[in-house]
Write a protein that binds this ligand. Structure first.
Ligand code: ZN
Length: 173
């Protein structure tokens, strides 16, 4: 109980579409200090509390190039990530903490290589395929103000937008 209350206090507020921060450009991280580490830790806590597979800084209102992905017990910290290579194609269902209850099938590359810095500023190259590649790409899109609904047909995207606007107006049906 105590632990739960503590987690709630420490967690960050998730920004829900159509919050404009989700579409804003992000700045690269230049200072790898204790403040960054503390922020990344809060992001991790927030992602775990909401049972997300990933979380990008704009989703908690911070326009910086920081994203997390959680997969099979591993935590990937992607700071200033860049896509080095992509190969193949896969299609699968995606959700997003900024679109509660919305799921849609999205086409993505099947295999990728990504360079990113970790929380200490050390550069690492990650290889990912399948679900992990999908999660990396989804979170990296957030850092460019791109949302998964932008891959959908106009019709499908329109339906989701309408539902989300209604939700924002407090008319949740
Ligand atoms: Zn998302």
């Amino acid at each position: 109980m105590e632990k739960e209350r503590e987690m709630e206090e420490e967690s960050l507020k998730i920004r829900i579409f159509p919050d404009p921060v989700l579409k804003m450009p992000t700045a690269p991280v230049t200072c790898f200090d204790a403040r960054l580490a503390a922020f990344v830790d809060k992001m991790r806590l927030t992602m775990e509390m909401h049972e997300g597979a990933g979380l990008a800084a704009p989703q908690v209102g911070v326009s910086q190039k920081i994203a997390l992905v959680s997969f099979e017990g591993s935590l990937y910290v992607l700071i200033n990530p860049t896509l080095l290579e992509q190969e193949g194609e896969q299609e699968g269902e995606e959700g997003c903490l900024s679109f509660p209850g919305i799921y849609a099938s999205v086409k993505r590359p099947a295999r990728i290589r990504v360079a990113a810095q970790d929380v200490t500023g050390q550069e690492r190259v990650h290889q990912a395929e399948g679900f992990l590649a999908r999660a990396f790409l989804h979170e990296m899109d957030h850092l460019n103000g791109k949302l998964f609904i932008e891959y959908l047909s106009n019709l499908k995207r329109g339906m989701i937008r309408k539902k989300m606007y209604k939700r924002a107006m407090g008319d949740d049906d």
